[in-house]
Design a protein around this ligand. Sequence first.
Ligand SMILES: Cc1ncc(COP(=O)(O)O)c(C=O)c1O
Length: 381
Amino acid sequence: MTYDFDQEIERKGTDSHKWQKYADDVVPLWVADMDFISAQPIIEALYQRAAHGVFGYTQAPRELSLVIQERLKRLYGWEVREEDIIFLPGVVSGLNLAFLAYAEPGDEVLVQTPVYSHFIRDPLLHGRAVIDQPLAEKDDTYEIDFDALDKPITDRTKLFVLCNPHNPVGRVFTTKELERLAEICLRHNIIICSDEIHCDLIYPGYRHVPIATLGPEVENQTVTLMAPSKTFNVPGLGCAFAIIKNETLRRMWISASYGLIPHVNTMGFAAARAAYSEGQEWLDQVLVYLKGNRDFLMQHVKEKLPRLRMKKMEATYLAWLDCRNAGISGNPFDYFLREARVALNGGAEYGKGGAGFVRLNFACTRKRLTEALDRMAAALK
Ligand SMILES: Cc1ncc(COP(=O)(O)O)c(C=O)c1O
């Protein structure tokens, strides 16, 4: 079937986090969900499950594990066994489990900033320290400064948390880059927790490589986090999974999660299964629409917001806009909210290197995106 992503769907009044947070006159382009209708097979699977009317404790459907195994093999040549897949209610729960399971209080977690705020804030909540090593900013993109990354590592550095594709800088790390990262981690005996939640939202010309697929040694030292939530726009249904090949790491994970991490809910499993087995048609179409929005945004920024600079985007629907030369006094997030009535994410929340930037979620209709950009351009005049 053909999906119409230009269709405006009213989300106010649905308890949408994105749409309820700000006043009615604000265009919300912040938290990472899409304003688009879900794939029809997902909607049907949820109706069908709801129609049964009994919602007891649910175990992971065998078919879901099988479809994930098949998908990982097809996309990445990655052989994963059923027992390597551990379901979770969310990737953020997975990140926090990694901090608890693989680092003791006082141990260090290595991350690359600017990065999704849970990477830098949550270790501290558990008494773990953070080594936040900035990515190297280049003209229109970011690279990894490997020497700088290696230097601050100590024998208390236990975990490296990779964000690939990277939120918010939009990079898809190459095999070469991943090999160098893995080499550093293996050399220092650091466990890798790789958040790959955005791995299906990749633009033409780029290819996602799960770091665990680089070889058995890396696989043995890696926990990979994935989910259908960003890919198929079902984050409100709470279903994600970790892939842990190493039995010791798996045992540590399970014991850290015991009694704390709830089961995935019935509807989350139903949606995930439908998404992975029947959602490809929707995904293909949404990727075309998102690419159109990315290209439109890039062009629009160049022509109508020339004092902003947009970084090259290899993946995700989250654009990273440099406002440092826009002549804005104070924080650009506050400025655009106040002057344009557009809600973005402020760059400072992503840690070192984020101040002066905003993150813009363009997974909305082209019309809404245009309206927001026009308002931002007017505010800068
Ligand atoms: C890199 C990254 N990890 C995790 C999440 C959230 O995952 P979840 O909603 O499954 O906890 C996001 C959401 O934006 C994200 O960008």
